[in-house]
Ligand binder design. Structure first.
Ligand SMILES: O=c1ccn([C@H]2C[C@H](O)[C@@H](COP(=O)(O)OP(=O)(O)OP(=O)(O)O)O2)c(=O)[nH]1
Ligand SMILES: [Mg+2]
Length: 146
């Protein structure tokens, strides 16, 4: 399934690659940093991407980490999966966090995360006096064993 998403480049995004799939059937479009910075161990930063998007209603875009950065450097998206709402028109930012033990250099133009578009189901909550019974009941958080 393919959807079309309008993208508006911001002045500081000039010259950067657009979000792009690295391979034919990739799930995520890689996105690049629009700024350079050093992330100290334990630090976080909302990294600019240099673009804003208009997602079709009924969809969202998830911002996910890249596994290579996570495995090799301890770099992740702190709020993963980040949520870009369909009605958001601000700059897409990537909240990178350095969970590694060394400072990490983010270089403008480097691929720092990936965007995964998804269909959204909205819900309306109906308050009731009691919920129906199930085998699980209130058990959770490991109640079925390890
Ligand atoms: O990784 C992210 C997560 C969010 N956003 C932008 C788009 C999203 O639509 C908006 C709000 O995100 P979210 O709902 O996760 O944050 P919030 O703390 O609830 O802020 P708000 O009160 O603005 O909804 O921030 C990003 O650019 N990158
Ligand atoms: Mg919100």
């Amino acid at each position: 399934m393919t959807i079309r998403i309008q993208l508006s480049r911001l002045p500081h995004g000039e010259g950067l690659p657009l979000p792009a799939y690295a391979t034919a059937h990739a799930a995520g479009l890689d996105i690049c940093a629009a700024e350079s910075l050093t992330l100290a161990p334990g630090a976080r930063h909302a990294v600019a991407t240099g673009f804003a998007i208009a997602i079709p209603p009924g969809h969202e875009v998830q911002v996910r980490p890249r596994s290579g950065l996570a495995l090799k450097h301890g770099i992740t998206c702190l709020n993963t999966p980040g949520t870009i709402d369909a009605d958001y028109r601000g700059e897409v930012k990537v909240i990178l966090a350095n969970l590694g033990s060394d400072p990490f250099e983010v270089t403008r133009g480097e691929r720092i995360a990936q965007l995964v578009p998804a269909v959204v189901t909205q819900a309306v909550f109906d308050e009731v006096d009691a919920l129906d019974d199930t085998d699980r009941g209130v058990g959770g958080f490991g109640s079925t064993g390890r």
